[in-house]
Design a protein around this ligand. Sequence first.
Ligand SMILES: CC(C)(COP(=O)(O)OP(=O)(O)OC[C@H]1O[C@@H](n2cnc3c(N)ncnc32)[C@H](O)[C@@H]1OP(=O)(O)O)[C@@H](O)C(=O)NCCC(=O)NCCS
Length: 277
Amino acid sequence: MTGRPRGTATGAAPDDPGGAPVNLWFCPNEDLAPGIAATLAPHWLDEHEQETAGRFLFERDRRQYLVAHTLVRRVLALETGIPEAEAVIWRSSRGRPFLQAPAGGLPRGAATLDFNLSHAHGYNLLGVSRRRRIGVDVERLDRGERGLDNIITTFSAEERQWIDEAAPGRPRDRRALRVWTLKEAYAKARGLGLGLPFDSFAFHLAEDRGVVSFRPPGDDLGGDWRFLEVEPVPDVLAAVAVEVDPAQPPSVHLHHGFPWGRAAPRRLVLPESPTVR
Ligand SMILES: CC(C)(COP(=O)(O)OP(=O)(O)OC[C@H]1O[C@@H](n2cnc3c(N)ncnc32)[C@H](O)[C@@H]1OP(=O)(O)O)[C@@H](O)C(=O)NCCC(=O)NCCS
């Protein structure tokens, strides 16, 4: 638990011209003590989640899963008012989780709510959008022995060339991971994950941060996507793909830590639409 200032964390804020913001919830595993996660899990997680948690061979992986899914249920409760244990989460045939809206619609005025989770290497990121689709991905820059060469081969030719122009080592790895997290975020927003060929769409990135242009896959030429790159802690790269109504682009709130209370988020600016090629 943290002693961060309290404030409005969810719902529409008066200075959010686009209505309810997109909320990003970044939570390192260490922000939820193992004993607390283990205590909450049998009360909050559904049968499928508890079975999955029970199948991990390594305690480290079980812990990651428990923190991630406790976070999902806590955030959905904050976002909708549905108690943690009562949220019904179903999965598409490709494994993408969705919140099932109760018969009378979602509480707190949301007509729709989309969420997406990424959990890796001790970090969890959850994105919640009140209107349209969202996808997120989080990766550590230091990947130890798990090199990036295999994943780079799945990228488009122009992305591979841009990565190869960087100096070997961290500069090249950073470029590769920026492309990778953005591709995952977009593919996850679409609900396709790795089922979407990663060379069927491409990003052209600014030197430091941000998407300059986007070539969508052939089956998604009309979408209005915004892409956000965030480094919530040093050397942890996160990407968000969110579909917006261009007339009402939402603001973005980044929350840090396990949300026991309503700590004030950091406000981020949602970038303009990239050029679509
Ligand atoms: C989605 C996918 C890219 C995740 O890869 P990853 O980098 O290892 O993992 P991340 O931590 O970023 O994301 C995992 C989370 O994404 C979500 N997710 C799972 N499938 C998803 C999908 N198709 N689209 C969007 N999100 C998905 C889940 O919440 C998952 O965590 P959970 O299983 O603990 O609930 C990968 O699992 C995938 O490609 N899945 C689709 C597989 C498919 O098409 N199957 C068809 C039937 S065989």
